[in-house]
Design a protein around this ligand. Structure first.
Ligand SMILES: [Zn+2]
Length: 101
């Protein structure tokens, strides 16, 4: 089956209206949004956005949110978490009463 892609430029060259499989979505590469909202929700360009980005001669990987980068991963897991042997080693927080098991 031939995939039919039709796009036309709107409001400059990076705001594209995209037709895929009979549906239509608006991709704004500058704002990193798509009307299907997957790009905004996940931080990863959706299929519409990838098509738009590639058609502009750009690399989709460059539009993935920074939270997925190796650098961010390393910063997240840079700290050591020491294991505890059980509830008896839990630190007291000084909060309200707790339920004893
Ligand atoms: Zn989309």
């Amino acid at each position: 089956m031939t995939q039919e892609l039709a796009f036309r430029h709107m409001l400059g060259n990076l705001n594209l209206k995209w037709d895929m499989h009979g549906g239509q979505n608006v991709v704004d590469i500058n704002m990193e949004t798509c009307s299907c909202r997957r790009w905004e929700l996940t931080g990863i360009p959706c299929v519409h956005a990838v098509s738009a980005i590639v058609s502009c001669g750009r690399i989709p990987k460059d539009y993935v949110h920074n939270s997925y980068s190796i650098e961010t991963f390393r910063k997240t897991y840079n700290f050591i978490i020491n294991p505890l042997r059980g509830q008896t080693e839990w630190p007291e927080t000084g909060g309200t009463s707790s339920t004893k098991l």
